[in-house]
Design a protein around this ligand. Structure first.
Ligand code: BTN
Length: 270
């Protein structure tokens, strides 16, 4: 792995380009931490407001879905947004998809890179993974206290091979050829998160799904849905039914509705 970005992120550079009402208005920018989700969790438990964002230049113990390690070298975009009720209570299970669409739209608009969403939580260019989303929630009794929207984007470093991976990751440095302005991309992604949350609360889920369909890469693909490494459904991903559910056409033209909110992983086989 070669690091080319020795420029550290600064909160004033991010705040200078921020176009949101609330998300990112209070920010914590760190040179390094274990995981921005962990820092955000601690800060939220101490009362950080809705829209508070933690950003780190590098994470030493970045976490992916299913307990996987998320390598997070200097120069990436590693951040977590704290979201509080009522903003997220209804759509909690759909947060990963919202985050993925926000990243894909931000990358496209800010850099002209054709990033797409791969259901349920990946951002890809072609078939290669550019970023991922880890959404977590703190519940008190039956009430949601806060949600944590963790966003990782391979930024200003060359991607490195992941042993055994079906498809290798890719970074913005690989794609653009020179270091990108991370502060500007962070502002764009945060603006997209806010706009998509607003869009769902004012216009409903269908409008969100219409936006998703313009920039997604999963429909028509052959998938295996697994639970704890065992296949539970295999077929062609046919449509988005809601923020969390897709319809999969299985053998004999059966349609199975799969809900991403359970601990499922999705393998794309074509
Ligand atoms: C995945 O695709 O498995 C999800 C990856 C999520 C990575 C981000 S980086 C910022 C935040 N902090 C973490 O430890 N993980 C998320």
């Amino acid at each position: 792995m070669r690091n080319v970005d020795t420029v550290y992120l600064r909160s004033d550079a991010i705040l200078a380009t921020l176009r949101t009402r609330q998300i990112g208005k209070t920010l914590l920018v760190l040179e390094e931490c274990a995981s921005t989700n962990d820092v955000a969790e601690k800060t939220a438990s101490e009362g950080a407001p809705n829209g508070f964002v933690v950003i780190a230049d590098q994470q030493k113990q970045g976490r992916g879905r299913y307990g996987r390690v998320w390598l997070s070298p200097q120069g990436g975009i590693w951040m977590t947004v704290v979201l509080r009720p009522p903003i997220v209570s209804e759509i909690l299970q759909g947060l990963t998809l919202i985050g993925a669409l926000a990243v894909a739209r931000g990358v496209s608009s800010d850099l002209g890179v054709r990033a797409r969403v791969r259901w349920p939580n990946d951002v890809v260019v072609g078939q290669r993974k550019l970023g991922g989303i880890l959404a977590e929630a703190k519940v008190h009794g039956n009430e949601l206290s806060y949600a944590l929207l963790g966003i990782g984007v391979n930024g200003n470093f060359h991607s490195f091979p992941i042993e055994g991976a079906r498809q290798q990751p890719i970074s913005l440095l690989d794609l653009v050829g020179s270091p990108i302005d991370r502060a500007s991309l962070i502002s764009s992604v945060l603006a997209e998160v806010e706009q998509l949350l607003d869009c769902i609360s004012t216009s409903g889920e269908q409008r969100f799904l219409d936006l998703l369909k313009q920039i997604e890469s999963s429909i028509g693909r052959s998938v295996i849905v697994e639970l704890e490494h065992k296949s539970i459904c295999q077929g062609i991903l046919e449509s988005y039914e809601s923020l969390t559910k897709v319809s999969i056409r299985t053998e004999n033209d059966q349609h199975t509705i799969v809900d991403a909110s359970s601990a499922l992983s999705v393998v794309y086989v074509d």
